[in-house]
Design a protein around this ligand. Structure first.
Ligand SMILES: [Zn+2]
Length: 402
């Protein structure tokens, strides 16, 4: 796979479809899947009227999707409706599963979601990955992937692909981690170290967090900036429901936007970057808190108790975030800014100064700032759902299973 699945389709040798009948069939299969996924259960007639095809044409598509294990018939519709009763269609709960994985600085996580978006299996292993080379980390991750795959297979599902969220820059090949400073990984080809039997996508955790917000968030707009943090600070720009990736795939490095040009040196080579003021290390130092297991919980707990040093550190971090975000908001004019990841848990103490700064500095009307409900779950869920989205976008990638 050369790009995230929502943008293009998993590359399969010899499967390039010309934009002819085959391409049309593929698009119609995708329209049926998206319609049933978003609005189901629906009868065949309801699907036909929603996508504007004849009932006969829809029936052919539906039969194919049922044979592929992507749609299920739920039995006759409730009586009392006008007309001949038909079976209600739903996306399958026993078909493909999207396997999402996350390489965190302090943990590894793997989960599986089905086409209905339900999490069917999830495992998390805590332990520092800082300074470990990619080989042992990915060997451990592969073990967790195998465990999750075995669990969903026991429930009659089959893995359709693996998507891995990493805290670093990923090349456009969607498998090479170019730089992950907090892991100290450089030019690591994760594709060579992960199971070869599943289509693979590797992407920055902030990107998957933003996609999770787009797909699962309550009323998330189609144009927004998603800002998240684990150890570093990442951002993702979503424009018209799509990630803005940049020429090399590196868009969204908000953490290295200068807040004070003469500020302290940053690992990136610059000075006074946002991460020097709002990154986890900087906030812990300013708050006088020792780095420990649950750092976000620790900071939130102290702030809630009224610890002045912690509150001041978070206020300063909010100000720095507001300054950095001003540049992005003025440049891109998003509908909103969403705080996710670790920032969501600290929002009550970051937001006041962040909003003040943004309101004071933006040229146009004030851009609203909201807090993600997904919190730290975002990247893992976004990864798993991206695999399911790829199946909805192109059901033919799994059709040969029929
Ligand atoms: Zn920097």
């Amino acid at each position: 796979m050369t790009a995230p699945p929502h943008e293009t389709h998993p590359a399969r040798p010899g499967r390039a479809l010309p934009d002819t009948q085959q391409g049309m069939r593929r698009r119609n299969l995708a329209r049926v899947m998206h319609t049933v996924s978003a609005e189901g259960p629906l009868s065949r007639a309801a699907v036909a009227s929603r996508i504007g095809l004849t009932r006969a044409a829809v029936s052919t598509l539906v039969d194919e999707l049922i044979r592929s294990g992507l749609l299920e018939e739920l039995g006759p519709e409730r009586p009392g409706r006008v007309g001949r009763p038909g079976s209600a269609l739903a996306v399958s709960a026993h078909g493909p599963a999207g396997i999402g994985a996350e390489v965190g600085v302090d943990h590894l996580a793997v989960c599986a979601v089905d086409l209905r978006g339900r999490v069917r299996s999830r495992v998390v292993r805590y332990g520092s990955n800082r300074g470990r080379s990619p080989e042992p980390v990915l060997e451990q991750l592969t073990g967790l992937v195998r465990q999750v795959v075995a669990e969903v297979e026991a429930e009659g599902l089959w893995p359709a692909g693996l998507a891995v969220a990493v805290p670093g820059l990923v090349a456009r090949d969607a498998r090479t981690v170019v730089r992950a400073p907090n892991l100290d990984w450089h030019d690591a080809d994760l594709g060579a170290l992960l199971p070869g039997d599943l289509p693979l996508t590797v992407a920055n955790e902030a990107n998957f967090g933003a996609l999770a917000e787009l797909w699962l968030g309550d009323g998330t707009p189609r144009d927004f900036l998603h800002v998240s943090a684990e150890i570093g600070i990442g951002a993702a720009v979503v424009v018209d429901g799509r990630l803005l990736r940049g020429t090399r795939g590196f868009a969204g490095e908000l953490g290295h936007v200068p807040v004070r040009p003469d500020g302290p040196e940053c690992a990136c080579g610059g000075r006074g970057c946002l991460e020097q003021y709002a990154g986890e290390k900087a906030v812990l130092r300013a708050a006088g808190v020792e780095p420990g297991e649950d750092r976000v919980g620790l900071l939130a707990g102290r702030a809630a108790e009224g610890d002045e040093a912690v509150r001041r550190a978070l206020h300063e971090a909010g100000t720095a975030l507001g300054i950095a975000l001003t540049g992005a908001v003025n440049l891109l004019d998003p509908e909103s800014v969403v705080l996710g990841g670790a920032l969501a848990g600290l929002a009550p103490w970051l937001l006041p100064s962040l909003r003040d700064e943004l309101a004071r500095r933006t040229a146009g009307p004030v851009c609203p700032v909201s807090v993600s409900d997904l919190g730290p779950q975002g990247p893992l869920l976004g990864a798993a759902h991206s695999v399911m989205r790829a199946v909805l976008d192109d059901p033919t990638v799994v059709a040969e299973r029929a």
